[in-house]
Ligand binder design. Structure first.
Ligand code: SF4
Length: 322
């Protein structure tokens, strides 16, 4: 399949990527990390949206491994949102009432440099743990919604997804299924007819939370994929992270809201950065974020203004900032 082939042909090092984009003078070797523990990863469909020759490109900023990530920063940790505390087994996280996260894979199509799970040990997320997680979900009558997360659950084949959807559909107390995936914007070819068919026939109503941080990510191909998902009966929401150098200004946020509206995706959350080690250079202060939100509220209809939230480890809900 074309989308799976793309995942086998990825740029090898940061220097390869920089050379491909004609940015060697802006990013000499000493500014980059060639073999980070959280490796460079981005499929060609995403790379095609980066503007060659622009060292500040907002999409490039999200994926380029920089040497400054290695600096230790006070207040930044390897588990900023308390995933380890919430683990029921390596494939099941239960933080919030009525909802649980089922981690079907540790793999993603892209590695976002600010990802709060970049240090999470997925090594143990094996099929046996997933089976055990399914049994735990079945035994817990308080659960209403299962969130397929990861990694990115849509990197799994349609055959494996069909199996998990069927298993979840047989659990009587579940009412809804939610999928968190960056693939409709990062690798829109993944939204193929087999997947659409599967989602359309799902015994549980499906919502999909995409993850676009910048309007430039939502090109024609992504719009088409999102339209197909809507036609398959999937509710669409977006969550973004507020990132310095990517989307921390009013123009970028306005453009993102407009692009989402055009694709009929509801802007749902704007997250303050989770303080994960390696991502300190992306941080936007709460004061700056509030000023930005107030400016957004003055310019957009309420339904296009996302909720500004932050995650606090151990808190049983996302904390609203505005
Ligand atoms: S796609 Fe999501 S889980 Fe994967 S690296 Fe990016 S933010 Fe993290």
């Amino acid at each position: 399949m074309a989308w799976q082939r793309q995942l086998q042909k990825l740029p090898k090092t940061a220097s390869d990527l920089v050379a491909q984009l004609g940015l060697q003078s802006a990013y000499p070797a000493e500014k980059l990390q060639q073999q980070p523990d959280f490796p460079l990863r981005a499929p060609q469909s995403f790379l095609n949206k980066i503007q060659p020759g622009n060292p500040s490109d907002p999409l490039l900023q999200q994926i380029l491994p920089l040497a400054k990530e290695k600096a230790q920063q006070a207040g930044f940790s390897t588990d900023p949102v308390g995933d380890l505390e919430a683990q029921k087994n390596p494939a099941l996280l239960h933080k919030y009432h009525g909802r649980a996260l089922l981690l079907l894979t540790g793999q993603c199509a892209i590695h976002c440099r600010y990802c709060f799970r970049q240090h999470y040990d997925y090594g143990q997320t094996q099929p046996t743990q997933i089976q055990q997680a399914l049994a735990q979900i079945k035994a817990d009558n308080s659960l209403r919604e299962i969130i397929l997360s990861g990694g990115d659950p849509l990197v799994l084949s349609n055959r494996r997804l069909a199996y998990y959807l069927e298993q979840l559909g047989e659990i009587k107390h579940l009412q809804r299924l939610r999928i968190h995936s960056r693939l409709p914007v990062v690798l829109p070819e993944r939204i193929d007819s087999g997947l659409l068919h599967l989602l359309e026939r799902s015994p549980l109503p499906v919502s999909l939370v995409i993850h676009a941080n910048h309007a430039q990510e939502i090109d024609k191909q992504s719009q088409k994929a999102l339209q197909a998902l809507r036609q398959a009966g999937v509710w669409l929401f977006n969550q973004a992270v507020l990132l310095r150098g990517v989307n921390a200004d009013i123009e970028a946020q306005m453009a993102l809201a407009e692009a989402l509206a055009k694709a009929q995706v509801v802007p749902y959350y704007l997250h303050l950065l989770d303080k994960v080690q390696g991502a300190a250079h992306f941080e936007v202060t709460e004061t700056e974020a509030l000023a930005l939100m107030q400016a957004l509220q003055q310019r957009l209809p309420g339904y296009l203004v996302p909720k500004l939230v932050k995650e606090i480890a151990g808190l049983p809900y996302k904390q609203r900032v505005l």
